[in-house]
Design a protein around this ligand. Structure first.
Ligand code: AMP
Length: 583
């Protein structure tokens, strides 16, 4: 255990007395920490994140400190961000984009990404950031499911990934290109022309707290990706979790390393730091241990929110990594997205003098639900305790769709959360049935298996389904299998997560070929290349094995679990539904 002495912490953590805060907390009080739109016109995320600071003493404070790949830098103060987002909202209006329509953003971590997300919210549109490393297929599918009306991207990404799928997307009326001059017409616009020249003033449309604001895609074991709907009221949770779980204080320089194409990069890379009025670092470049250390040191980062894969990659450099560096500004480190090994928590303590604080949440919950807090002792390997305002339980699903509670300590079950917090998803877009299935009465069922110890600390055990967490990215096996099946040589495909010491799980595929195709090295390379082209490197399998047949249940479902057990040399479990043993 890593014991904490809260009295020695400066500034004093926002959440100092956990039990008292839990007893006294209410979401109404949390709501009162925000402003609401002037003249009682509702609640809008962009007002809370940007405009209210731009109208007050923080107007000239740097909101986003952008550090480009080639060393370029750009600071955006709250006032500048206010004006830039106004311009984007005006540009949408000029294009007749209506409230509620979906504005997708597909680009690396450029300042325009942040402006587009917040500006879309001002215009009453729904913002949906996509991961720029996705290949054309995941992009097309998400734009189609989400009824994408506008896409903001770069000319390079457009040419490589979108141009060829544009015909499949008749609803996509406008593509705004950020970057060098581009051919126009056919719904293509140049950011410099349509956004930079727009008016600096914009009055945010009246917004109901329950209006749809963000659409984040996530994957299940089967079927298409799901678009989780979040509403403007979610900002109440972003704000208060930023205070309690990340301990954001007025003067902090905060760095969330996640990409906004995943929910952490939006909730905590854009919204929570801005609504708390701090300065946020935006690094365009990808991971590099030495460069990250430079950023922590040179930018005087005080709060750092990162992910286990990155931490494990840094751990390879030993505890000397930070030696000789002035990291005196750094006072709190947190991690999310995958299980954080106890060794990583302790390594944080050894290398940086402070431990990593693991926390847990998911796309559907919209914000941090379970966390290690600054003032509480850490049990390395545990994801911590529920946020004030969050009631977490461990349940067992019953045949009739109901659940029974597991009250005993250290017994595994599914993590369930009592519904009713502001950033809870309000639905999966166009998928009422899938949404309904996530609930048993008042309880939202998370799909994660956990246990709780006698001190009310929660411990992650595993997923209840077959989704894969690779380098912190949630990958649906079905999407990968479908892409492999599109190759003419493939008869069947099954995809599993194979444990990997650095990236958590690696995507591995098992393929059976159609007659006339040879399972040789050339075919393996061909299929790996095909999958990378369709899906993008972050999602495509890293390994492919050939099988004559894949094991199936009597009802014809491929048994991924059995393939995984065999791959790892684990017990094969209950094989009563196996059609035949087709090793
Ligand atoms: P996503 O919706 O992509 O954010 O993925 C959410 C899933 O990531 C959760 O349901 C967990 O399976 C996993 N996850 C997130 N945070 C943690 C954590 N601290 N420890 C273990 N697993 C985590």
């Amino acid at each position: 255990m890593i014991a904490k002495n809260p009295a020695s912490l400066t500034p004093p953590p926002h959440l100092l007395d956990y039990d008292r805060e839990c007893a006294e907390f209410s979401w109404e009080k949390a709501r009162a920490l925000l402003d609401g739109l002037p003249q009682g016109r509702g609640l809008n995320i962009a007002h809370e994140a940007v405009d209210r600071h731009a109208a007050g003493p923080k107007a000239d404070r740097v909101a986003l400190r952008w550090i480009g790949k080639a060393g370029a830098r750009r600071n955006l103060t709250y006032r500048e961000l206010h004006e830039a987002t106004n311009r984007f909202a005006n540009a949408l209006k000029a294009m007749d984009v209506e409230r509620g329509e979906r504005v997708f953003v597909l680009m690396g971590r450029l300042p325009e990404l942040y402006v587009a997300v917040l500006g879309a919210l001002k215009a009453g549109c729904v913002a949906s950031p996509l991961f720029s490393a996705f290949g054309p297929e995941p992009i097309a599918l998400r734009l189609e499911i989400g009824d994408g009306r506008v896409l903001v991207t770069t000319p390079g990404l457009f040419n490589r990934k979108v141009a060829a799928i544009r015909d499949q997307l008749p609803g996509l009326r406008h593509v705004i290109l950020v970057g060098e001059e581009q051919a126009k017409g056919d719904g293509l616009h140049d950011w410099a022309e349509v956004v930079e020249t727009a008016d600096n003033d914009f009055v945010i449309a009246p917004t109901d707290p329950e209006d749809m604001a963000l659409l984040h895609f996530t994957s299940g074991t089967t079927g298409r990706p799901k678009g989780a709907i979040h509403v403007h009221e979610a900002i109440v949770a972003h704000h208060v979790t930023g205070r309690y779980a990340l301990d954001l204080h007025d003067d902090d320089v905060f760095w969330c390393t996640a990409d906004p194409g995943w929910v952490t990069g939006t909730s905590y890379g854009i919204l929570a730091p801005l609504t708390n009025g701090v300065t946020s670092i935006v690094l365009e470049a990808e991971f590099d241990a030495a460069m990250w250390l430079d950023i922590l040191e040179q930018e005087r980062v005080s709060i750092w929110y990162t992910a286990p894969t990155a931490i494990r990659m840094m751990m390879r450099q030993g505890t000397e990594l930070a030696r000789g560096r002035d990291l005196s500004a750094l006072r709190f480190m947190a991690s999310v997205g995958e299980p954080l090994n106890p060794e990583a928590v302790i390594w944080g303590q050894q290398a940086f003098g402070i431990p990593f604080h693991d926390n847990w949440w998911q796309t559907e919950t919209g914000g941090i639900m379970i966390s290690n807090f600054a003032a509480l002792d850490i049990k390395p390997g545990s994801m911590g305790r529920p946020m004030p305002g969050i009631e977490a339980a461990i349940v067992r699903r019953l045949e009739d769709g109901d659940v029974s509670m597991i009250e005993e300590a250290m017994v595994d079950g599914e993590l369930a959360l009592r519904k009713g917090w502001p950033s809870m998803m309000r639905g999966y877009l166009h998928e009422e049935e899938r949404y309904r299935k996530c609930f048993a009465g008042d309880w939202y069922l998370t799909g994660d298996l956990v246990r709780r110890d006698s001190d009310d600390y929660f411990w992650f055990v595993g997923r209840a389904d077959d989704v894969i967490k690779s380098a912190g990215h949630l990958i649906g096996p079905f999407e990968v299998e479908s892409a492999l099946m599109e190759h003419p040589a493939v008869a069947e495909a099954a995809v599993i997560g194979k444990p990997d010491p650095t990236i958590g799980e690696m995507v591995k595929a098992f393929v059976s070929l159609r007659p006339g195709h040879l399972p040789d090295e050339a075919m393996r390379r061909e299929l790996l290349g095909h999958a990378r082209k369709c899906l993008g490197a972050a999602v495509a399998p890293k390994e492919i094995d050939f099988r004559e047949n894949l094991p199936k249940t009597r009802s014809g479902k491929i048994m991924r679990r059995l393939l995984r057990a065999r791959e790892l040399g684990l017990p094969e479990g209950d094989l009563s539904t196996l059609e035949s043993d087709e090793r």
